[in-house]
Design a protein around this ligand. Structure first.
Ligand code: C5P
Length: 236
């Protein structure tokens, strides 16, 4: 499958059209951004690692009955997937408090939450991705019906119920992660975007070491080695 027009360039991916109107190609970039684009860098090989990690996780979820946009991996940096209409909600799933949850609500960093928390952020860079409740999402017409928000929340929990024990067997705590959903051509809500250390937090169960984009956000170094470690653990 060949790329035709560049449809969109985001912070971490370029999205290309193909000759098939129902299929797009995501090209995973090496660029790194944090704090809504204020901190920028690049790490050679990061895009390919995220493409491979996302591929493995989409396959795992597809096999467990979670519909995703994934079709196939094309090469190091390119993934073929269904064209979907993006729902402008960032779905954040949290098992352990850290990041903005600890900062905003004063919950102790590293505290295991009494139950899995699912939050919605408005996917809007200009506004800095503010928190959303269901009424905000309906007023903004990000979806049409409350049912759709309920479904997104339910599927996000199902994904956590698959990924959390999977990563536990790999010696990693799945601390939190961000998901995106979209409508496919039949108007089904399916999982889109990527699942990678760019949008998940992974902590080594034994050492507590951070194996995700916090290495860049917090200036810890060793980002590529950490992403390689995540991929190796997924594959082994
Ligand atoms: O920063 P915060 O603690 O809210 O992030 C929660 C989770 O969502 C983290 O895993 C982070 O990588 C992810 N996230 C993301 N994109 C954003 C905001 C958060 O992937 N715009």
């Amino acid at each position: 499958m060949e790329k035709t027009n560049l449809l969109y360039e985001g912070k971490a991916k370029k999205i290309w059209e193909t000759k098939d109107p129902d299929l797009l190609i995501s090209e995973f970039k090496d660029d790194l951004t944090a704090f809504n684009g204020e901190k920028k860098s690049s790490e050679e090989g990061k895009g390919a690692l995220n493409n491979k990690i996302s591929t493995e996780l989409f396959k795992l979820l597809n096999n467990k009955g979670i519909p995703t946009h994934f079709v196939e991996i094309l090469d190091d940096n390119n993934m073929l997937h269904k064209r979907c209409e993006v729902i402008l909600i960032e779905v954040i799933v949290r098992n352990i408090a850290t990041g903005s949850l600890s900062k905003n609500l004063g919950i102790e960093d590293g505290k295991t939450l009494p139950f899995t928390l699912v939050e919605f952020d408005y996917k809007n860079d200009e506004l800095g991705d503010p928190k959303l409740n269901d009424q905000h999402a309906l007023i903004l017409e990000l979806v049409q019906y409350q049912d759709e928000l309920d479904k997104i929340r339910r599927v996000a929990r199902e994904i956590n119920d698959i990924l959390k024990p999977f990563f536990k067997t790999k010696g990693l705590n799945l601390v939190d992660f961000k998901l995106e959903f979209g409508y496919d051509k039949d108007r089904n809500i399916i999982l889109i975007d990527e699942i990678s250390p760019d949008n998940c937090r992974f902590w080594d169960i034994n050492s507590g070491q951070k194996l995700d984009k916090d290495r860049f956000r917090q200036g810890l170094g060793g980002l590529k080695v950490a992403y390689e470690e995540v991929l190796n653990r997924i594959l082994n």
